[in-house]
Design a protein around this ligand. Structure first.
Ligand SMILES: [Zn+2]
Ligand SMILES: [Zn+2]
Length: 319
């Protein structure tokens, strides 16, 4: 049996992308912690715009604050004013916040600048991921030119709720089809908070996109290991209980909370296999792998329930 979830201990719920009053968020880091902790999250990564902060004081037995930062690369117009509609945002998470060194980014939208920055930050002890490519108005070619990322946002809840362009799934599929590798994430990218007149509500952009991480313990080292090695799945609702290859029968096996549809995709076919039901009745599927393996270098599985909530286990490459 090959466990494609790479389970390595209990599950911990995490939001990898979040803003606080340190940049343009409306909650303090302590308010963010209270809100997420009271809704079943164990991990929040604080990724304020171009401001690296650890918030180590928020750590307790049931909550791990992750030290992060969101870097921005902005297009300029002919008068050197920032173009509002095209940019690139990359999140960075310190593998060990005590030793990771933060380098401020040169904020120019240029694939060379971006890739050199990623390489330099990774050398200084960071993991990184591409954020909200659809909200950033990036073409698939521009995204495919980016190298060195560990993760890729297939879903960004803030962009989805506010602009209906939080879906990174099609960019991600093209990235994988180009032969590139990165783990799929779903995140909140929350900015909203508590305001008495109700104009900025914390429910606007929280508790939508998350990852479930399998880790021996809720420690920083286990978090970094799980993120780097893809011991997690992305979701906006559905739960994935088992996902493995039964080698004896050459069968892909998936067990989940009730969903309506399971789509297996690769490179050469949009759907390599699909299981459909009338309503949310699928909780287990077995998909023969032999015909898929013949054509596809990898498989990427997507689950969808009748409300449109989705879950994404990590891609599996047959090599
Ligand atoms: Zn962003
Ligand atoms: Zn953000």
């Amino acid at each position: 049996m090959i466990d494609l979830l790479k389970k390595n201990g209990p599950w911990f719920k995490a939001n990898l992308h979040c803003h606080t009053t340190l940049s343009d968020g409306n909650m303090t880091a302590a308010q963010v912690k209270d809100w997420y902790k009271s809704h079943g999250y164990s991990i929040v990564a604080f990724t304020d715009h171009s401001k690296f902060c650890w918030h180590a004081e928020l750590e307790d037995q049931e909550f791990l604050p992750v030290a992060g930062v969101e870097a921005a690369f902005t297009c300029l117009d002919l008068n050197h004013k920032p173009l509002k509609y095209k940019l690139c945002h990359i999140n960075f998470w310190a593998k060990d916040p005590a030793t990771a060194e933060y380098i401020p980014e040169e904020p120019t939208y240029d694939v060379g600048v971006i890739n050199r920055y990623i390489a330099a930050m990774k050398k200084k002890g960071w993991l990184c991921g591409l954020n909200h490519p659809a909200w950033s108005r990036q073409s698939t070619e521009e995204v495919n030119g980016i190298t060195g990322i560990d993760t890729f946002e297939v879903y960004n809840h803030g962009s989805f709720k506010l602009y209906n362009n939080g879906d990174g799934q099609s960019h991600y599929s093209m990235y994988l089809a180009e032969g590139k590798r990165a783990w799929a994430t779903a995140v909140d990218d929350n900015h909203a908070g508590f305001r008495e007149d109700g104009t900025i509500s914390v429910t606007d952009d929280t508790l939508g996109g998350f990852i479930m991480m399998s880790m021996p313990q809720l420690t920083y080292a286990d978090f970094a290991d799980a993120l780097e090695n893809g011991r997690f799945y992305a979701s906006t609702g559905p739960e994935i209980k088992e996902f493995y290859i039964d080698e004896e029968r050459d069968m892909l096996v998936l067990e989940c909370s009730p969903v309506q549809r399971i789509i297996v995709s690769g490179v050469h076919t949009v759907k390599a296999a699909r299981v459909d039901a009338d309503g949310d009745t699928i909780t287990r599927a077995e998909i023969p792998l032999a015909p898929v393996r013949e054509k596809e270098p990898f498989i990427f599985v997507q689950l969808m329930d009748s409300k449109g909530n989705r879950a994404y286990p990590q891609p599996y490459w047959f090599d």
